[in-house]
Design a protein around this ligand. Structure first.
Ligand code: F3S
Ligand code: F3S
Length: 112
């Protein structure tokens, strides 16, 4: 799948969301997350991000590699303050802004 890296943190431009044909880009608190099982690898989101935060997993910069596993954490582990995993809602607009991040993203310093 495609993955959103650290450049999105505290920026959250959201242009990517409008391009995704399967609505698999979900809104956290400081960052957006691409659903690793819902993404169909179409690549439409990548060129529209103004801070070039998005890449296919195998093309990510080394410093962004933790965001690959972190995307799985976001959807399939229980995030702080929630009772169950986000799972696979089948569309970001079905769930709205989730207003939560993974512990990894929450721990990162302010961006920009
Ligand atoms: Fe983030 Fe870029 Fe999308 S800043 S919200 S990945 S357009
Ligand atoms: Fe959507 Fe980007 Fe995947 S547009 S399908 S998240 S490659």
């Amino acid at each position: 799948p495609y993955v959103i890296g650290g450049a999105c943190i505290d920026v959250m431009d959201k242009s990517c969301m409008e391009e995704c044909p399967v609505d698999c880009i979900y809104v956290g608190d400081r960052k957006l997350y691409i659903h690793p099982r819902e993404c169909i690898d179409c690549g439409a989101c990548e060129p529209v991000c103004p801070v070039e935060a998005i890449a296919q997993d195998r093309m990510l910069d080394a410093e962004d590699e933790p965001h690959i596993d972190d995307a799985t954490t976001f959807f399939y582990e229980i995030l702080p303050g929630r009772n169950e995993p986000v799972g696979s809602p089948g569309g970001s607009h079905n769930v709205g802004d989730l207003k939560v991040d993974t512990p990894f993203v929450a721990s990162l310093p302010p961006n920009g």
